[in-house]
Ligand binder design. Sequence first.
Ligand SMILES: Cc1cc2nc3c(=O)[nH]c(=O)nc-3n(C[C@H](O)[C@H](O)[C@H](O)COP(=O)(O)OP(=O)(O)OC[C@H]3O[C@@H](n4cnc5c(N)ncnc54)[C@H](O)[C@@H]3O)c2cc1C
Ligand code: SF4
Ligand code: SF4
Length: 387
Amino acid sequence: MAHIEINHDACTRCEVCLSVCPFGAMEMVNGNVMVNDQCRLCRICIDNCPVEAISMVESELEQSVNKEEYKGFTVIAEVENGVLHPVTLELIGKSNELCDSTSVIVVGYNLEDIVSQLCQYKVDKILVSDQKEAEYFDSQLYTYLIGNWIEYLKPSTVLVGATRMGRSLGPRLAARFETGLTADCTILDVRENGDLIQIRPAFGGNVMAQIVTLNHRPQFATVRPKMFSTPEKSYEGSEIERRKYPISDVSVFFDKVEPIPSVKDLSEAKRLVVLGLGAQNPVVIGLATQLADRIGASLAYTRPMIEKGYSDVHGQIGLSGRAVQPELMITIGVSGAIQFVTGIGQSERIIAINSDANAPIFGVSHVGIVGRAEDILPELLKQGGIL
Ligand SMILES: Cc1cc2nc3c(=O)[nH]c(=O)nc-3n(C[C@H](O)[C@H](O)[C@H](O)COP(=O)(O)OP(=O)(O)OC[C@H]3O[C@@H](n4cnc5c(N)ncnc54)[C@H](O)[C@@H]3O)c2cc1C
Ligand code: SF4
Ligand code: SF4
């Protein structure tokens, strides 16, 4: 772990570092500058010290595993009520972009259809535990079964969907292997030595943090659905290995699970009309609703619109809402803040309407219309041409 060190002989006690530290981590103690436990290693003090009296010291960490022994990527398949969650395919696609060897672990019951579906994609190995006890998701049981496969396979990286199941499973698996997990990654890349570069928004979306698990393997990352595209089918012949693990050590089982009635999920919508603070005018809302009906789109909102009560949380897009990947999205009065844009990365066609020509949304949209929504929408409804 790195830490900040002060060279007290060089320090002139000018207190610049105390004033620039955004976290109040610098203090004067008995005439010397000291760093307290609020330090986030942001390096701002280093860059501002006029006499270069501050430095970051990297401590040598013992490597806990031989990284060479861990190879390839493994995707944890998610199956609910006999249906393969689309995030599994999205993760397979990303894995194939980043490495030469992708395996998939799938546990559950009556998995033949699921295995056939997985075989339609570029997957080198499919590891299957098809057993009655695993019919319903239980974090303890699934951690045990999937953990056994990971122990056997020794993948360098394990990708898990950031779904309800994945968010429960990922940290438990990472804890079992005493390794790191980065939750809700939005971008993944890999270094030549196999270190996974896990990128995700941090500090309220103000920075994109790059997180690397330097000294442990496997590296665990969860990724929200719709962050990556579904790959094309490409049958290349998967090796299938099946095992039933004895489960006497695991104490909790579910006999029956009543499905919770599902709320219509925005992330599945093919067309969306998204309303931001610039669309609060009732006339604009009426026109936008008409437009959504006309093109068969669902309505969605930015976070401030949710806070104002225009919809419940299920209608919010962005970092703290849903990630979406529609074929068509029309944003109306949305500025395009980073926390919003994080949730729309893979959308195929974005049409933005905003009265401010410099709005950041125009940086990510495919078609930009500068003008007041109340003027533009009637024209769009009349013509319908660009839709
Ligand atoms: C930790 C954290 C998480 C967050 N998570 C999310 C999230 O998940 N989703 C999210 O959306 N936000 C999120 N936010 C909030 C985000 O930072 C922005 O504040 C928000 O996205 C802005 O919403 P907006 O575009 O509706 O409003 P504004 O930024 O106020 O934009 C309104 C836009 O409307 C335009 N406009 C005004 N009048 C008209 C008109 N008549 N016709 C056309 N255009 C007009 C303006 O030019 C402006 O660009 C988060 C913030 C934080 C700190
Ligand atoms: S590294 Fe950043 S947080 Fe730490 S003391 Fe310096 S300015 Fe403060
Ligand atoms: S900015 Fe540098 S010289 Fe000034 S008090 Fe801090 S450490 Fe000392």
